[in-house]
Design a protein around this ligand. Structure first.
Ligand SMILES: Nc1ncnc2c1ncn2[C@@H]1O[C@H](COP(=O)(O)OP(=O)(O)OP(=O)(O)O)[C@@H](O)[C@H]1O
Length: 323
């Protein structure tokens, strides 16, 4: 999806979908909840694709499919051109690692940092000796900006920012090609957020990692993204290079999200677009545009026909795009 890249994508998603059956029982049929619907993207080495949207739009479900924690119910996922299918998971899984939002909950409090870091190697790299595993863990600890003496400490002895460095270090232990970063700084103090974002940018440059960066916070996305997917109710409603999406959003939903994001530049104050109307239930398969009930540009066609993205590098699933 990025126009700039002549390099092959490390991961390609085509029509990726995840549905859940909910409810149901003796006398009632289960309902289908469409958490993610037909999402396409390419991830490139050394580049960051940000997925943004409000709570419940399907970001975490997408992350679980990309990290192969959960199987898609539709579409395909290719890793370096090879289909990701269950049979290939153990080998492919190590190439895609995830860092979660909560640095407090994701580390075992009873294990020393050195043990936590070596664990993925113990499981996936039986070819490495204990000495090599330890050496690798110590190297990666330094790479994420922690000190050698931290190796023997326990998670509770670290701050939130340091714990997130440990979680990033653990994700790097198997030399992944793709890192999924699921709201990696949302739980941290603002003062620490930029240090972690700078670390991620630095690691990407050094290691050529592809990032799928999931965030509801557009000011964070502005800092790190190359390309953006805006999701609404399980669907990609706008995709494009960051600069284009921020400078001239095409989808009314993206424009509303951007209008609610504080800007650092002086004089950048702008009118906030307030969305009214309810977010439709993901259990309802509405015929038209999912955003129509909240859209201030809505017309009859929007309620009848579902708009789709086109092949342009910057595209919006909207019958009446803004730019
Ligand atoms: N295992 C599941 N079973 C049923 N429904 C689910 C399941 N997981 C997610 N959902 C539903 O799928 C939709 C998307 O959820 P998801 O957690 O992916 O959204 P999100 O954008 O990550 O939100 P948040 O930021 O709040 O985590 C929601 O309506 C959610 O209730």
């Amino acid at each position: 999806m990025t126009a700039s890249s002549a390099v092959s994508p490390v991961m390609t998603a085509s029509g990726l979908a995840r549905h859940y059956e909910v409810g149901g029982g003796l006398f009632a049929k289960p309902q289908i909840l469409r958490a993610v619907q037909r999402v396409d993207f390419n991830l490139y080495p050394g580049k960051t694709l940000a997925v943004v949207g409000e709570s419940g739009c399907g970001k975490s479900t997408l992350a679980r499919m990309v990290t192969m924690i959960e199987e898609p119910t539709g579409g395909t996922l290719l890793l370096e051109g090879k289909p990701v299918v269950r049979a290939g998971w153990p080998a492919l899984r190590s190439s895609v690692q995830i860092v979660f939002q909560d640095p407090y909950g994701s580390l075992n409090p009873r294990q020393r940092i050195g043990v936590i870091l070596q664990e993925p190697l113990a499981i996936n790299r039986p070819d490495l000796s204990a000495k090599d595993r330890e050496a690798k863990a110590r190297d990666i600890l330094g790479l994420v900006g922690l000190r050698p003496e931290h190796f023997d400490r326990y998670p509770h002895m670290f701050s939130g920012g340091q714990r997130q460095r440990i979680a990033i270090a653990r994700a790097l232990m198997l030399d992944p090609k793709v890192l999924v970063l699921d709201e990696p700084v949302s739980a941290l103090d603002v003062s620490i957020q930029s240090a972690i974002l700078n670390l991620l940018v630095d690691l990407q440059e050094r290691l050529g990692l592809a990032y799928l960066f999931i965030s509801h916070d557009l000011s964070v996305v502005r800092h790190v993204a190359d390309d953006i997917i805006v999701m609404y109710l399980g669907q990609a409603v706008e995709t494009g290079p960051k600069e284009a999406v921020f400078a001239a959003p095409k989808h009314p939903y993206t424009k509303a999200l951007l209008s609610a994001t504080p800007r650092a530049e002086p004089g950048a104050a702008k009118d906030r677009i307030k969305l009214t109307g309810e977010l439709p239930s993901p259990l309802m398969n509405v015929p038209g545009c999912p955003f129509a009930p909240r859209c201030w540009k809505v017309e009859d066609k929007c309620r009848q026909e579902r708009p789709a993205l086109d092949d342009n590098p910057h595209s919006a699933a909207c019958h009446f795009p803004l730019a």
